[in-house]
Design a protein around this ligand. Sequence first.
Ligand code: ZN
Length: 171
Amino acid sequence: MASDSAEGNPLRPVTRFVADAMLARLARWLRALGFDTLFDPAIDDPQLVQLAERDQRWLLTRDRALVAQRRPSRSVLIAADAPLEQLREVVERCQPASPAALFTRCLVCNCLLQEVSRASAAPWLPERARTLPDPVRYCPRCQRHYWPGTHTWRMRERLARTLPEWFSERS
Ligand SMILES: [Zn+2]
């Protein structure tokens, strides 16, 4: 199982993010792609910048004044309103390596997911998900279960449309 310190290609630095309070949905899309993305609407501006500097994260924000006044080392001033257009902006600006797999990180709390057997996860799964062959993933922090289904296929489709260069060779 991957851990935070071991993930990614050692030849290419891992791209990490911290998103401001306006960018909840963008943060979820980045997590769906596997990117370590901090998001907490309770974090104030000085803390956002501090976290970005501490972990060498890209600071994603819609706040022009924050960037102008606090001058984070790496920031993307997001212009688009639609979350997937925002995602496109981030990828074009930061040029992260394309992820090896989708849905490896908790969409809600950003923790790396663990694979668990379908049998042990069964009590938490809806009836229709109990017979699917793919792995079930579990968030050790917030204890949510994730399983492949209509919802993940739809998300994957939308990601593929947004980032065709990452999906063309493995459709
Ligand atoms: Zn979680």
